[in-house]
Design a protein around this ligand. Structure first.
Ligand SMILES: Cc1cc2nc3c(=O)[nH]c(=O)nc-3n(C[C@H](O)[C@H](O)[C@H](O)COP(=O)(O)OP(=O)(O)OC[C@H]3O[C@@H](n4cnc5c(N)ncnc54)[C@H](O)[C@@H]3O)c2cc1C
Length: 281
């Protein structure tokens, strides 16, 4: 296989190159998905545009109660970050479950989103955190709520002339709790059969609000609105958790594919929710 390699020296240069409209060009971040696709001959790009030198796409910052992650932040950086552990625990737990140490050190959060795989582990966590995705082209920037970013299996709204620049979301407050739980074939180096993420506000042991997201059960991440409504206003008593797990399994209506059956995924989506809630209780 042969391709030209270009390394963007600045964001402006990267956006200029993308605006040229070369359909054979692919953006290279960590390469953990892209290089596998090239190796497996699923794609054969004419040009690889390496964006790893772009400082604007790096860093983890908090400002005015919002957290910003550059698109090039790796899963390993997120999993080890103290600020995120305190204020975005579901994301820390999800990135800590990606692949293996080698994959986590190379693979980026931006690449995970643009791949738009139904089993992308950071995605359910970003749903429950209420994240927004910033996309930039030579013509300007647009900010998309995460729920509007994905349009199907491995499909999202990013245009060929755009770069994913950053992801932002509100930092979790003192009354907020959250978790991410994943079930794969093995404990490491396994794509999710199903994953469950949640963020809830708890006051005096009562759920004031909750967001639940299920990964790998459908073409994109699913929310569980009936389970969320059921839990709101309740304390996390064992019988409440059991009923929430049952409702969540019912709402999941998962697909069957090579990794698992829909029925198993449904049951496990509920069980993962129950495990997370039990720990919080
Ligand atoms: C062995 C193995 C195990 C894995 N395990 C998991 C797992 O458990 N969970 C999981 O979720 N994923 C897993 N993955 C998938 C992969 O590691 C992640 O999806 C990773 O986050 C991809 O990021 P990257 O930086 O490597 O992307 P790349 O491979 O560099 O790029 C992926 C795609 O995104 C595009 N892209 C990347 N960054 C940008 C940007 N900023 N703007 C626009 N387009 C961009 C690229 O052009 C390409 O099309 C695994 C992969 C391997 C090989």
């Amino acid at each position: 296989m042969k391709f030209n390699y270009r390394r963007a020296g600045s964001l402006k240069e990267a956006l200029e190159i993308l605006s040229e409209g070369d359909e054979s060009l692919k953006i290279l971040a960590g390469g953990t998905d892209l290089l596998v696709m090239i190796q497996d001959k699923l794609i054969s790009p004419g040009v690889l545009l390496d964006i790893n030198g772009l400082e604007e796409l790096k860093g983890i910052e908090e400002s005015n109660g919002r957290i910003r992650l550059g698109a090039l932040v790796s899963h390993g950086q997120i999993a080890a970050d103290k600020l995120l552990r305190e204020k975005a625990l579901p994301l820390v737990e999800s990135c800590g479950e990606v692949g293996s140490p080698q994959i986590r050190n190379r693979g980026t959060i931006g690449g995970n989103l643009v791949m738009a795989s139904p089993s992308g582990d950071s995605i359910p966590a970003l749903y429950v955190l209420g994240a927004e995705v910033s996309l930039k082209s030579r013509d300007g920037e647009r900010v998309i709520p995460i729920e509007d970013f994905f349009t199907g299996v491995k499909k999202c709204v990013i245009r060929p002339d755009e770069l994913l620049i950053s992801i932002t979301f509100p930092a979790l407050g003192p009354d907020d709790r959250g978790f991410f739980k994943k079930l794969g074939q093995r404990k490491a180096l396994a794509i999710s059969k199903v994953s469950t993420a949640a963020v809830l506000t708890l006051r005096a042991g009562v759920v004031v609000s909750i967001r639940i997201a299920l990964g790998a059960v459908g073409t994109t991440v699913l929310r569980a609105p009936r389970t969320e409504a059921f839990l709101t206003g309740k304390s996390l008593a064992p019988e409440v958790i059991t009923e929430a797990a049952r409702l969540c399994a019912e709402e999941s209506r998962a697909i069957t594919d090579i990794r698992s059956t829909g029925a198993y995924r449904d049951e496990m989506a509920g069980l993962l929710l129950a495990r997370g809630l039990e720990k919080l209780a």
